[in-house]
Design a protein around this ligand. Structure first.
Ligand code: SF4
Length: 376
């Protein structure tokens, strides 16, 4: 009977994916970029970002030399922005410590900022043919099912044991095809729900499928605790300009540009009560981050064009880390997707003066807030 690895390799050659842009190269810069973009993000989304990013930053030196703001702007909409910051930092280390060349071993790649063990192994396998095991989320699922591995993957000890399984299954050759095959299996056949076992090349070797229990695996008992918070956003505009503030260098959306934030609708209503111009509340919504449901209440406030510069400055002085952007400039800046969506002027429906809303009204609005899961 062919080995597990032989089945994966044979299947990848005939049924796997071969036409993704990052599969046509052994350039570690391009492979690394694709691997980082693909973490937590679907292929269809990455395809929209990959080529424009390479056009702006064609090699590791160009990326290292670019301002972080520029990198965040090109990443804008992909979410999980720590990836972009690490990407930038990693490029700088590759240039400063390695002469602009990525190291050729997985162990050295894993020492670079933002490159985890699995990503390092994928780069080493694809670009340098190293016999190194990967274990990203999809591959964990495939291997846990094949081995009916019932260790709790919330526990580091169990993850270590699965790494040992991954290493034991590695073929002696064709490790690049095998690595791609595992990725393709996880992405297209061994799906989290309703895996296509009848189409799967490793079904005869899969313990979970043989037992009729593939969806029992992988086992993960400890769930991350979710939290919730609420803020009011001030979408301040004057003519074609909007006032955005740069977020702190750590925490949610670190370093990106966002709307000024207040603790509550009441606080924002009170603050803006005496301002000239007109304001209206936009629909509240809940933005879902990895461990946080964040409900946001945006208030769009339009200052009169004729206002004196000193009076405008008196309002914006509260956010010294902010500045005015034209809408075109803002679209080119690093903005989280919910901030970007609110850049477009609305039609002013349901315009109200920014009166202090009642607590019950707030509760009703929060209950009605959209619960759509948005990309971070
Ligand atoms: Fe996944 Fe089913 Fe294939 Fe097993 S046989 S690896 S459960 S798709």
């Amino acid at each position: 009977m062919p080995s597990f690895a032989a089945r994966v390799v044979r299947w990848q050659r005939t049924h796997g994916r071969h036409d993704l842009p990052w599969q046509r190269t052994r350039d570690p810069y391009r492979v690394w970029l694709s691997e980082v973009m693909l973490q937590q993000t679907q292929v269809a989304t990455v395809l929209r970002y990959y080529a424009p990013f390479l056009e702006r930053f064609p090699d590791v030196r160009a990326l290292a030399a670019a301002p972080l703001d520029d990198v965040l702007a090109r990443w804008s909409g992909l979410g999980y922005y720590s990836r972009a910051r690490n990407l930038h930092r990693c490029a700088q280390v590759v240039v400063s410590d390695h002469g602009g060349r990525f190291p050729g071993r997985a162990s050295a790649l894993a020492a670079l900022p933002g490159i985890g063990r699995s990503t390092a192994a994928a780069i080493a396998a694809f670009c340098f043919g190293e016999r190194a095991a990967i274990l990203d989320g999809n591959v964990k699922r495939v291997l846990a099912r094949v081995r009916a591995f019932d260790g709790d993957l919330a526990e580091p000890r169990a993850v270590d044991a699965l790494w040992r399984e991954a290493e034991a299954l590695l073929p002696a050759r064709d490790v690049d095809v095998y690595t791609q095959g595992l990725m393709d299996l996880g992405a297209t056949v061994c799906l989290a729900r309703a895996p296509h076992c009848l189409l799967c090349p490793v079904q005869p070797a899969c313990s979970a499928s043989q037992a009729g229990t593939p969806e029992v695996y992988p086992v993960k008992r400890r769930r991350a605790r979710r939290s919730a918070r609420e803020h009011a956003w001030l979408c301040l505009e004057r003519g074609d300009r909007v006032w955005l503030v740069q977020r702190p260098p750590s925490g949610i959306w670190a370093g990106l540009w966002s709307w000024p934030e207040l603790d509550s609708r009441e606080a924002l209503a009170a603050l803006s009560a005496a301002w000239p111009g007109r304001g209206h509340w936009l629909p509240s919504f809940t933005h879902v981050l990895t461990h946080l449901d964040w409900t946001l209440h945006p208030l769009r406030w339009t200052l009169p064009r004729a206002m004196r510069a000193a009076d405008v400055a008196a309002i914006t002085a509260r956010w010294p880390e902010g500045r005015w952007f034209t809408r075109a400039e803002a679209r080119d800046a690093g903005l989280p997707s919910p901030v970007r969506r609110l850049l477009t002027p609305d039609d002013g429906a349901a315009v109200v003066r920014a009166a202090r809303p009642s607590a019950e009204g707030n509760r009703r609005r929060a209950r009605a807030a959209s619960s759509g899961r948005a990309a971070p």
